[in-house]
Design a binder for this molecule. Sequence first.
Ligand code: FES
Length: 269
Amino acid sequence: MTTILWVLATAIGLLAVGFWWIRRNNLAVYPAGRAPRELRPLNTGCELGAQIMMATTAESAGGTTGTRSSGASPAAPGPAALKRRKKTPGPPRREFLRTGLLVVVGGMLASFGGASLAFLWPTLKGGFGAQIDVGDEGEITQAIRDGGGRFEFPSGRSYLVAYDPGLDPDGQYAEITNGAPFMALYQKCVHLGCRVPWCESSKWFECPCHGSRYNRWGEYQFGPAPRGLDRFAVRVEEGRVVVDTSTVVTGPSRTGGALKQPPEGPHCN
Ligand code: FES
């Protein structure tokens, strides 16, 4: 009988301790073994170890654990709470990277397009393809005389030669000279495009490539060229000689020349 009482007392005592332990760890609302993972006690073997591990886990997660007195973690943040805590205000990372990539690619394309346009855009001020102010009328006249009959200005890829309307009775070149005592000839050979130099001895323009020759006014004289040299309109404005290199005027036909000028010396080619 005494043994039975002793066993009953021991069982009641164990049950009391068990209930006390369950209430202390807030496990009373969960069936055994079904509590959430974060609420399950850590298997440390001792209460002090459990407390240390819980504190370490909570600190590494960046959360506030509060005071705990056992291995259970009723106040520990769950995975969802940790996820929410990691989120920062602003656009999602993927959207931010996509926008950044678009900005970089757009910037590169804009730079490339701008550089291409700058390279291809014609120079409309002072260069070939524009209205070129060659210089003072008196100085140009003197330069032509000093040059033996022509003045070269490379920026316009042209020659200026003296033009005398008295030698052009039909006014063949009146329209492109506009009353100026000059005519502007394009240096480009009308045969295959070589630059045609001035021949000091003959006072003609003579092409070194295939032997075409043109007189002082760029009119056809000899060789495979189909016509005389092309030319540009000239005008004198307030004493300044201006050549319009924006428009190429087709040269006269092989037989359409006006100037009667035989070679004044040996040919260069
Ligand atoms: S390119 Fe001048 S003659 Fe042929």
